[in-house]
Ligand binder design. Structure first.
Ligand SMILES: NC(=O)c1ccc[n+]([C@@H]2O[C@H](COP(=O)([O-])OP(=O)(O)OC[C@H]3O[C@@H](n4cnc5c(N)ncnc54)[C@H](OP(=O)(O)O)[C@@H]3O)[C@@H](O)[C@H]2O)c1
Length: 438
């Protein structure tokens, strides 16, 4: 059963689930943009119900106090709600509420990356079965329009790889370490004091937040079901200022990249590799110029070539802007009785991390004596890992060899490392990071 814009034909009554950073910014934006949206899109947007946990808090939004309720299910079921916007976050009760809205034929707009990265497929499928929109531009990279281009503009494009800087906290920390030589601990403390990082920064610095966004992007880019648990993670807490300086000497910077790529396995089946890890990015690559808390997504298409979208990845107002765009789309589709849907997706075959092919940066602490370089190079050769460039740094107890390899299979690099660790002349294997090429 499809809902429709019931009262006046183009009057869109919105049920808002959550009125925190994003919800309150959206409520303000809807009031600010109401006249312009009515003029340009012919839609009169109005928030008729808002669900929150605590109705006593003044949220500074220009709606009547009796618009607020703690009964979120009643907002979804209200016949005076045409479109549901979910900005409460978390899995439950958001999942059940969205399912109830879709089952009632009401379009849903959500910014909830955690929910979509874990339960997206069942929700996309329910939206398709009910012929209604489930739109989620704001769930990945805040204000940056990436979901609609992947879903619509690039629908006919065979996409090879999507790479994103999709976590502003880690990008801010790495930028501070790069630009000012700040230590990881100092840069993290500054991010916390500016409100960019949570008191417990694990989800950001260990790559889980970026991994959830990557699962959603990979699902839409490759048309198969990828969940957060499929994503391989390495965080940035082990990155030192020395790594950043060595990378700079090699004309690279270090970024936390979320990478999704499609490859063909030995059996001829398509596989999706999804990983989040610190990465050496050449200084002349467009992603190298994405600094501070900004985000960007870089798409490599077979026919379209390379594309990059850049902008604010978080913050109440930028995120609310993406939600408003979806809301206008959902309302316009409701008016014309159509809904572009993701549909039912098959489970992706996930490429194991051992099968990933990449160039690598390796940093070895070695004895400062003759014959060491030859012994180390021989180990690389035995495992079929070829060296693209090598730098010798420091003397005596500070002596290091810094390598960048040609593309090699992760499995071969791991066996190279394990043999290097057993060489007497290698005192320690420092950072090992993947490198992207132009
Ligand atoms: N903030 C960003 O920059 C950003 C960027 C991209 C995406 N997102 C996503 O947007 C969503 C919202 O984020 P946010 O930063 O706005 O969160 P937030 O500030 O914590 O706001 C959450 C809102 O939901 C309400 N709420 C939570 N559970 C509820 C329940 N069971 N019943 C009724 N109301 C409930 C809260 O009510 P009370 O206020 O009464 O507690 C609050 O108003 C999340 O999914 C987040 O991942 C956020």
């Amino acid at each position: 059963m499809n809902a429709s814009l019931s009262s006046a034909r183009d009057h869109v009554r919105i049920g808002l689930l959550g009125c925190g950073h994003v919800g309150a910014a959206l409520a303000l934006l809807i009031v600010e943009r109401r006249t312009a949206v009515a003029r340009r899109q012919g839609l009169d947007l109005e928030i008729t119900r808002i669900a929150v946990r605590n109705t006593a808090i003044d949220r500074g939004v220009p709606v009547d106090t009796d618009t607020f309720t703690t009964d979120a299910a009643a907002v979804v079921a209200d016949p005076n709600v045409d479109v549901v916007v979910e900005v409460m976050g978390g899995i439950e009760p958001a999942r059940e509420l969205i399912m109830a809205a879709l089952s009632a034929g009401k379009p849903v707009v959500t910014a909830n990356k955690e929910l979509l990265a874990n339960c997206g497929a069942e929700l996309y499928s329910l939206a398709a079965d009910n012929g209604v929109d489930l739109l989620f531009e704001a769930a990945v990279a805040g204000a940056i329009p990436i979901m609609r281009p992947l879903r619509e503009s690039l629908a006919g494009e065979p996409i090879r790889r999507v790479m994103g800087i999709v976590n502003g906290t880690t990008n801010f920390i790495l930028s501070r370490m790069t630009e000012d030589g700040a230590s990881y601990a100092d840069a993290l403390a500054e991010a916390q004091s500016l409100g960019y990082a949570e008191r417990d920064p694990t989800a950001d610095v260990e790559g889980y937040d970026a991994g959830a966004k990557l699962a959603i992007m990979a699902t839409i880019a490759f048309g198969v079901r990828v969940v957060a648990g499929d994503v391989y993670h390495e965080g940035i807490s082990g990155i030192s200022v020395a790594d950043i300086e060595f990378a700079a000497d090699l004309k690279h910077c270090i970024k936390l990249l979320a990478v999704a790529e499609q490859t063909t396995g030995d059996d001829g089946e398509l596989r999706v590799g999804v990983r989040v890890h610190p990465t050496l990015v050449p200084l002349d690559h467009p992603l190298a110029s994405v600094n501070g808390s900004y985000n960007a997504v870089f798409v490599e298409g077979e026919a379209a070539g390379d594309l990059m979208l850049y902008g604010r990845g978080a913050g109440g107002r930028p995120t609310a802007s993406a939600v408003l765009g979806d809301l206008i789309d959902a309302a316009a589709n409701l008016r014309r009785g159509s809904a572009p849907v993701v549909g039912t997706l098959e489970r992706a075959l996930i490429a194991p991390i051992d099968d990933v092919t990449s160039a690598y940066y390796l940093n070895l602490e070695v004895d400062d004596r003759s014959g060491v370089l030859a012994a180390v190079a021989a180990v690389f050769g035995e495992h079929g890992v070829s060296i693209r460039s090598m730098e010798q740094e420091g003397l005596g107890s500070e002596a290091r060899l810094v390598f960048i390899t040609h593309d090699a299979c992760e499995r071969d690099v791991r066996s190279t490392l394990s043999e290097l660790r057993s060489l007497e002349a290698v005192r320690a294997v420092g950072s090992v990071l993947r490198v992207i090429s132009n």
